[in-house]
Design a protein around this ligand. Structure first.
Ligand SMILES: NC(=O)c1ccc[n+]([C@@H]2O[C@H](COP(=O)([O-])OP(=O)(O)OC[C@H]3O[C@@H](n4cnc5c(N)ncnc54)[C@H](O)[C@@H]3O)[C@@H](O)[C@H]2O)c1
Length: 729
């Protein structure tokens, strides 16, 4: 892999520097030393927050939450409020909860504004809030929300006393209505900052910045952001644990091109072949992950159909037939009729498609999706990692659209679009940019999920995906190769402080093939384990860093191969595999035993057999080397990586381990045959792989884990059920 970019040296994907239209900016706030090199642009840099290397070097996160709250809402003594208009609606109510819960500790009041007769969307949020924060916490958060109504023409008098500093507009998707609303606010509060949650109107049409949130609104952390440069408000979203993603100022941004685009593909399949919506949904889920028709019903068919129609309607006006809504959508946005019949979720009759029909279906769905993606690439709508991640994080894609296209290669992608054009010739007339596929071998395409930076001495590898997959595995190897080729022998492996807020384990969708074929499982358990071992053997010093709230399963197996493991003190670590059940196949069954004192072995075995995680602070000395609050943990990781300070390295027993316990006290009774089978298989794998030298253990544990993936117990468990539901249709 070549093509490393020096910081500031024009990585692909950068938008118009400083222009409102550019999604990806080489923001000036990079604080990394001039000598630093990066495999591709860190996504954090698009928020004006530098890269991950800078975070470790400084031993501190790039911005301070209190300072940002002050910049956006004013000083403590004169703190202003956040107004959410349309707060009783789907988006408004969800965001009132998400932002209200995060801002309440800072004394920022949330004003929920709507019409008098609007249905009580906020009241409906109470059970969820109480479940997340307890009744007392939920009452405190709700108590901080001031609910006001008005007639839409004159703002309520009481609003002045609440000192509005920021308006998040979440009213209906009608351009003129939104514009009139901003005018009203600006007349009364001239200095107020405004962002719209619009699904599709560009900022240049609205005259305000965009903060477009993804569904479900009280939970999903992603916000597509359009603004002239990274603002304090956007950085505050990040500092509050949310995931702002800059996108360019083009109709429907990225998420709604993908989501509405895949819905339209399903609608067109229905028109062309008479396939019912539920069947199209099933097949799209198998192909790509989403079930768009069910998603519309889940969001609320009437509103969601209108929004999808609105996005497609405006996109087709700008880009032509590729986006034209079908008559079925036009009818449903008027009637609000759901896509699934009520109480009839499981059709009584089902049938299989022939291979030729499957291929026709694939072309009708993937053709337009690829073409729309070529348009977004052409327009540089987002950093490629962002463009890819939005599908996964917000539109149920199993793999991001760029990862799918990269695997196929430019030729096959082009052929799919051309085959689609033969079925739907009008789509070929505009918005097709095959040139945009030509750069697939550049780092921006090749490193969608894993980046690396270094300063000539220490490298930092960052993971932008919460679960390990074949894509991540290959990208990790390329990142490590790149560091080694640059002479880097000291490395920190971490989440990316942006897209991945935790590390959940292996992506079980990649196990589906292993349920059917032993070889597919062996490829995973051998291949992924070998990647993890590189962290032990290829570097002078390696440090795993857990900066989020959990590190589980395959992710923990990977990071435990580092010479040191550093975690923030509230992180939890564990191996929940037994609950699926699967057998940890990236050396979890022997490697941690070889690195822990003998008296910690029962605790390791308990982690594996119970699936119950441990707090990082309780695992120091046998699984974790240092656990501390964020800033101290960053400093600890840097101290270890540079060799400046830190605890001694725990060794690795390379011979056979004697007297590893076979069972452990305090285990709750297995609550089903699956867990029982999982426990037995894990205990067997621990016993056998600990009993041989480390040189032989990799292949042995790989075989045992793969055999279990290929067993009835696994097929009867959660992985098998997920496979049957999504793929074996
Ligand atoms: N529904 C989604 O999944 C989704 C996702 C992302 C973005 N959006 C965007 O969010 C916005 C709102 O969509 P929604 O689905 O929440 O709609 P909604 O109909 O559920 O809610 C809109 C709310 O705004 C209120 N309202 C109307 N005019 C108002 C005014 N002048 N002042 C104050 N309140 C007013 C309504 O009474 C209603 O409660 C749209 O711009 C939409 O594109 C929606």
């Amino acid at each position: 892999m070549s093509g490393a970019t020096k910081k500031g040296a024009g990585a692909e994907g950068r938008g118009t520097p400083g222009g409102a239209g550019g999604a990806v900016r080489g923001a000036g706030a990079t604080t990394v030393a001039a000598a630093a090199a990066t495999l591709r642009q860190p996504t954090l840099e698009t928020l004006g927050l530098g890269g991950a290397l800078g975070i470790f070097r400084r031993g501190a996160l790039p911005v301070d939450r209190d300072a940002l709250v002050e910049r956006v809402f004013g000083p403590k003594a004169d703190r202003g409020s956040l107004v959410i208009s349309g707060a009783s609606g789907i988006v408004g109510a969800g965001k009132t909860m998400q932002l209200g819960s995060r801002l309440e500790p800072f004394g920022v009041r949330v004003v929920a504004l709507d019409f008098p007769g609007a249905p009580d969307g906020i009241g409906r949020q109470w059970p969820g809030l109480a479940q997340a924060f307890g009744r007392e916490g939920a009452a405190r958060i709700m108590g901080n929300v001031v609910r006001l109504t008005y007639d839409g023409r004159r703002l309520p008098e009481e609003l002045k006393a609440l000192k509005p500093r920021f308006l998040l507009e979440a009213i209906p998707e009608v351009l003129e209505v939104k514009r009139a609303h901003y005018k009203l606010f600006r007349e009364t509060f001239p200095g107020i900052e405004i962002r719209s949650v619009t699904s599709g109107f560009p900022s240049k049409e609205l005259g305000v910045g965009i903060a477009h949130p993804a569904f479900p609104h009280e939970i999903n952390k992603v916000w597509e952001v359009v603004e002239a440069g990274p603002s304090a408000a956007t950085q505050l979203l990040w500092a509050l644990g949310l995931i702002p993603i800059p996108v360019s100022d083009d109709w429907s941004f990225v998420l709604d091109v993908l989501f509405c685009g895949v819905t339209l593909a399903g609608l067109r399949v229905h028109r062309a072949t008479n396939l019912p919506f539920w069947k199209a949904d099933k097949l799209i889920r198998r192909l790509l992950g989403p079930n768009p028709f069910r998603a519309h019903d889940a969001i609320g068919a009437k509103g969601a159909d209108f929004l999808t129609w609105s996005c497609l309607h405006h996109l087709s006006a700008r880009y032509g037939e590729l986006f034209t809504p079908t008559p079925e959508l036009i009818e449903r946005k008027d009637t609000g009729q759901p896509w699934y019949p009520p109480d009839h979720f499981r059709p009584l009759v089902d049938w299989s498609l022939t291979p030729a029909e499957h291929e026709g279906f694939r072309v009708r769905v993937m053709g337009p999706v690829f073409q729309m993606t070529s348009l977004m690439l052409h327009e540089r709508r987002a950093h490629l990692s962002h463009l890819n991640a939005i599908g996964e994080l917000c539109a149920q894609f199993r793999r991001g659209v760029l990862a799918v296209m990269r695997e196929l290669g430019p030729k096959a992608v082009r052929e799919t679009v051309e085959a689609y054009h033969r079925l739907h010739p009008a789509a070929a007339a505009s918005a097709w940019h095959p040139d945009a596929l030509e750069r697939m071998d550049t780092p921006e395409w090749q490193q969608l999920y894993v980046n690396a930076e270094h300063d000539g001495e220490v490298g930092v590898v960052t993971l932008s995906r919460e679960s390990w997959s074949w894509d991540v595995d290959r990208e990790m190897n390329r990142a490590l190769d790149w560091l080694l080729a640059g002479g880097i022998r000291r490395v920190i492996v971490s989440g990316d402080f942006h897209l991945s807020t935790q590390m959940v384990g292996a992506d079980t969708a990649d196990f589906f093939g292993a349920l059917e074929k032993l070889e597919a499982g062996l490829a995973i358990t051998n291949g992924w384990s070998r990647t993890a071992r590189r962290l032990w053997s290829d570097f002078e010093v390696s440090v795993g860093f857990v900066g989020g709230k959990r590190c589980m399963g395959g992710m923990l197996e990977t990071l435990m191969h580092c010479h040191f493991l550093v975690a923030v003190d509230d992180a939890r670590l564990g191996w929940p595999e037994v609950t699926l059940p699967v057998v940890p196949g990236m050396e979890g069954c022997h490697w941690p035993f070889r690195r822990a004192p003998r008296d910690a072995w029962p605790r390791l075995l308990h982690l594996l057999l119970s699936g119950v995680p441990v707090h990082a602070t309780e695992a120091v000395g046998w699984l974790v080397d240092s656990a501390a609050p964020m800033s101290d943990a960053l400093k600890a990781a840097w101290g270890l990586a540079t060799g400046a300070h830190g605890p001694p390295k725990r060794g690795l027993e390379s011979g056979a381990l004697l007297a590893v316990p076979a069972d452990v006290a305090g285990l709750a009774p297995a609550d089903g045959p699956g867990i029982e089978a999982g426990r037995a298989a894990i205990a067997r794998c621990v016993a056998q792989s600990c009993a041989v030298p480390v040189a032989d253990a990799l292949a042995l544990q790989a075989r045992l884990a793969a055999e279990f993936l290929n067993s009835k117990a696994c097929r009867d468990g959660r992985v098998g059920a997920e496979y049957a539901r999504t793929t074996a249709v």
